[in-house]
Ligand binder design. Sequence first.
Ligand SMILES: Cc1ncc(COP(=O)(O)O)c(C=O)c1O
Length: 461
Amino acid sequence: MKAKIITIKDETPILTGLKKLCQRHVYSFHALPVSSHGKSDIVDDIPDLFNTCMENSATGEMFDNFFFPKGIISESQKLTSKLYNSDSSFYITGGTSVANQIAITALYKKGDCILIDKNCHQSVHFHSQSIGAQVEYLCPDLQNEDGQISAWSFNHLKNKMLAKQEDGKGYDILILTAQSYEGLIYDIPEILTRLLAAGVATRKIFIDEAWGSLNYFSNDTRPFTAMNIENLLCNYPDLEVICTHSAHKSLFCLRQASLIHCRGKDELPKKIETAKYRIHTTSPNYPILASLDISQAQMTRHGNELASYSRQLVNEFIERISQNPWLGKESVIQDISSEHWHIHSDPTKIMINVSKLGSALDINNQLIQKRIYIKRVINNNLLLNFHIGINREAVNSLISALEQLCETATTTDISEQITSDKFIIPYPPGVPIVFPGEIISYEIQKKIDELKRSGLLIIAA
Ligand SMILES: Cc1ncc(COP(=O)(O)O)c(C=O)c1O
């Protein structure tokens, strides 16, 4: 597939409304000097940032009401709701930490007991504590080899929920993080289906899908998303399911652009609206709001194409890394969990093992010098997120930076190789691994280091 340039058409009610409002050059006697057409008679050095920034203090009659919208905001939220298969969707301009607080508040009733996945974001833990909820934790019982990525097994979750019911009332709310930064995706519809079929009585579910907006736009991930629960709702009409998305993490949105979606009982949207009114700042950020609107239009038109292109770039990247003699196919880790039916790997996130080039932290620092930013290093691996802002130029730059590091490693390797004039003998067992006259290659040096670390005595004689 060839990348083609996509332009956003005018299907953006908020953006259009905001542009019109700004063009009206309103003299605001309300607030927000940066948005006032009057400018200042005293200072003329107003930074460009403010001149170009689409902010305005007008609400209701000139724009729409952020909390109880009836006009352009409501129109745009409905388009978003259609896109994500929700009953209702809500725009949040205070980040997903705030969205999570709103979701929990909407579901929570005094005295409720909540089961929380321990891997949930801090916003879930802090808020549950501050509302005085009775909280119990679902501790991860699965982890990868090096213990850096953890998850919970379905049976562990099911047994914990059923055991609590046997003891008395059961959990009123279940809170899970469904899509992790490292690329774990839980199959939420199937998990809920099996929990309910097993007799779990909990009906209020909150799923943090902060990293998962893009997963709604590809057939390989959409079935695992929290809003794709038609069948479940037919069988359990008393369900209330909320999920949150950090739109800015995976879509073309400004930071703190966040979404709340819900499905289930008729009164749920009203409960979210009220919780939003109580918790959200009363000064919503208009540029962020406009970015959510732009993103809804963009993803309606091109979401599937963007998701598919990200996957294409991942595949091209893997192919080129596989051809690299230093890194090779074995350095690519794409499938972080293939053993459990309820956990899948996000195809847009991969890890590259760079141990052949040096320590991953060191490689990461060198990549920063080459203008490549990788947020997370896990042991010997660099975690790469191929979000929709990654283009071919970025991939080419990453590959060429890695190639340069490979060359440096090779040169260093050759220049630093030394010819041993001694036997090098690990003890026990006392069998030489280097003989006089032999070259101590990079691999042998690594082996010697490993043996030393494992406690063996290394004798050069
Ligand atoms: C799983 C998860 N939920 C919620 C949040 C909070 O999002 P925000 O930083 O937009 O408040 C994060 C942030 O990284 C996250 O990873």
